[in-house]
Design a protein around this ligand. Structure first.
Ligand SMILES: NC(=O)c1ccc[n+]([C@@H]2O[C@H](COP(=O)([O-])OP(=O)(O)OC[C@H]3O[C@@H](n4cnc5c(N)ncnc54)[C@H](O)[C@@H]3O)[C@@H](O)[C@H]2O)c1
Ligand SMILES: [Zn+2]
Ligand SMILES: [Zn+2]
Length: 397
């Protein structure tokens, strides 16, 4: 049996690459399964969602193997896997979903009812998401493989675009979901809070949905410069405490048709201070969205935040000015993105050169052993999306 190594959370601001068990065909409760596949991982990305855990802002236990953005090759399958074969190259949606419950049957795979004993929704390598082992590793188990996995039609061609296709496991469908649920359509004006990979993926998605103007806001100079370089308008939220005025400088009016929160609960306030302000993005977006417009909210909000700035926020209770949104008839869409709703279409868009997502998020391939450095650089705001290459299968760029 091959040896397996993975990125392990060792407590706040500490991850290590350690030797971990080779995956077994069993669920987190130890029950043997036949619907799973074991993958040799080709690419697996570091995500802002991992950072919430690594910064100690969740209740993630020490010892958890991280990684929910996985692409790999099937090397073993259970006898109930009927429609996939050994050797297939597949994208793994970060949502673990059974394909059989009411939520899955209604395509809401982000809130599957059967893969997590604690609450609806499962994911690999994530706190409170069912205990499925993460895939920042050499090998991983994917349950309900026929349902979850997206097979790339031509393996050789897919490997040529692997740094784009690797974004299908999470950030591209997530950004697309954010833009779509905000109501972005032909001619829309759009504001996206956050110039991290999810914000940029939402911007790229707004572009293919036909938006007229796409503005990305952040306070990290390097990320804003990169967003500008790849073709988006930008606002530096550290320069002003009224986002509407900054938007008016670009659009001639202080409102947009649709807004996306690609930040979540670790938001900082607008203006030069940049203090922790978990509800800042939600309140600003309500302010700048045109009446009857939409807010897509892929940015993560938690029910427990040990590092929150006040007692209420520690329990996930934020000072959201809901009356503002109500009076403007805004709609909100929250939650884990149901990757399966979008990943096939977005795969086709990548394969046919409609969305250069690797370039837009600055995909940067590093070996598994360099994951700790990748986490550190990403935490500091590098304008990069780190893609781990655990088995050396991605050729040097
Ligand atoms: N819903 C989902 O399915 C899903 C999937 C993936 C990621 N996420 C979440 O999306 C969010 C973004 O992910 P990421 O990988 O891009 O993270 P990231 O941490 O790299 O990026 C977040 C960016 O937001 C900026 N920011 C902070 N406060 C801001 C504010 N008030 N206005 C504008 N920008 C601000 C930060 O400077 C940072 O650059 C995270 O919360 C992540 O957990 C959700
Ligand atoms: Zn992710
Ligand atoms: Zn289900």
């Amino acid at each position: 049996m091959a040896t397996n190594h993975g990125v392990v959370y060792m407590g706040p601001n500490k991850v290590e690459v350690q030797s971990i068990d080779y995956p077994k065909m069993q669920n987190p409760q130890g029950k043997a399964i036949e619907h799973g596949a074991i993958l040799r991982i080709v690419s697996t990305n570091i995500c802002g969602s991992d950072q919430h855990m690594v910064r100690g802002r969740t209740t993630a236990p020490k010892g958890i193997v991280l990684g929910h953005e996985i692409t790999g090759e099937i090397i073993e399958k259970g006898k109930d896997v009927e429609f996939l074969d050994i050797g297939d190259l597949v994208s793994v949606p970060f949502n673990v979903a059974c394909g059989r419950c009411r939520a899955c049957r209604e395509r809401n795979t982000g809130v599957c009812l059967n893969v997590n004993k604690q609450q609806p929704g499962g994911a690999y390598g994530y706190v409170d998401m069912g205990g499925w082992v993460g895939g920042q590793a050499n090998y991983v188990l994917v349950p309900y493989a026929d349902f979850n996995l997206l097979k790339f039609p031509d393996k050789a061609r897919a490997m040529e675009k692997i740094t784009d296709l690797t974004m299908l496991s999470d950030i591209l469908p997530t950004g697309f979901h954010g833009a779509k649920t905000a109501g972005v359509t032909v001619g829309s004006t759009v504001y996206i809070a956050g110039a991290g990979p999810v914000g940029l993926a939402a911007a790229a998605s707004a572009q293919i949905l036909g938006a007229a103007v796409i503005i990305v806001g952040d306070r990290q100079a390097e990320r804003l410069a990169h967003a500008k370089k790849v073709g988006f308008e930008t606002v530096d939220i550290s320069k002003h405490d009224r986002l509407g005025e900054q938007i008016a400088q670009i659009l001639g009016e202080p409102v947009v048709d649709a807004a996306v929160d690609a930040v979540g609960f670790e938001a900082s306030g607008h203006g030069s201070k940049g203090e922790a302000a978990p509800a800042a993005v939600l309140n600003e977006l309500m302010d700048i969205t045109f009446v009857a417009g939409g807010l897509g909210i892929p940015g993560l909000y938690v029910v427990e935040d040990p590092g929150a700035p006040n007692e209420d926020a520690k329990k996930g209770m934020l000072k959201v000015r809901i009356g503002k949104g109500w009076s403007k008839s805004l709609h909100f869409h929250t939650g884990q993105a149901p990757v399966l709703q979008y990943n096939r279409q977005l795969m086709m868009a990548i394969l046919h050169d409609r969305i250069p997502i690797a370039k837009i998020v600055n995909a940067t391939v590093i070996p598994l052993e360099q994951a700790p450095q990748g986490y550190q650089d990403f935490d500091k705001g590098a304008a990069k999306k780190f893609v781990l290459n655990p088995n050396g299968l991605i050729k040097a760029a």
